[in-house]
Design a protein around this ligand. Structure first.
Ligand code: S3P
Length: 173
């Protein structure tokens, strides 16, 4: 693809460490950081669980797509996305045009442990969150893989190590 931007775009499942890595990357690169969940939340004036409960997932997804339309190819940034952003092919196309797409990954146990720390993921508010995670992961993995320029396993890395590994992998390309 020609004319891709200079941003670093983080994708991956809930609990993959996107937000923490995004903050570390912004600190290290001094680039501005944008997070689609924060943009959508601000737009509705509601938390993500409240948006899902009040307006439903589809409206949330529409706002998520709107959010990534606001990013400019000319403004390099650290862009942190929500775990479901890759489900719409048009989103992936937009994100890839903005810069390098990095898929953060972790083993199932690690994802579940990290996700269990906060009750902020409406999609996992089910009777059996672990089974839901396994199923969502199975469906989504191919989307993350095919959207990514770079893939990184964060299971055994600190936030700083994740950021350093991303910068090294991008430099090497
Ligand atoms: C979602 C992931 C969440 C948030 C929303 C939906 C998903 O973001 O966008 O709850 O579909 O995987 P995180 O990946 O930052 O948890």
């Amino acid at each position: 693809m020609t004319g891709r931007g200079q941003s670093i775009v983080l994708i991956g499942f809930m609990g993959a460490g996107k937000s923490a890595a995004g903050r570390a990357l912004a600190r290290k690169t001094r680039l501005p950081r944008f997070e689609t969940d924060e943009i959508v939340s601000a737009r509705f004036g509601l938390s993500i669980p409240e948006i899902f409960a009040t307006f439903g997932e589809e409206k949330f997804r529409d706002a998520e797509t709107e959010a990534i339309h606001q990013f400019s190819h000319e403004v390099p940034a650290i862009i942190v996305t929500g775990g479901g952003i890759v489900l719409r092919p048009a989103n992936v196309q937009l994100l890839r045009a903005l810069g390098m797409v990095v898929s953060l990954e972790a083993d199932e146990e690690t994802l579940f442990r990290r996700i269990s720390r906060r009750a902020s993921r409406p999609l996992l508010e089910t009777e059996n969150p672990r089974a839901t995670l396994v199923e969502l992961l199975r469906v989504r993995e191919p989307f993350y893989h095919s959207a990514a320029d770079v893939r990184l396993d964060t299971s055994r890395l600190t936030h700083d190590e994740v950021a350093d590994a991303i910068l090294k992998r991008i430099e090497a390309r």
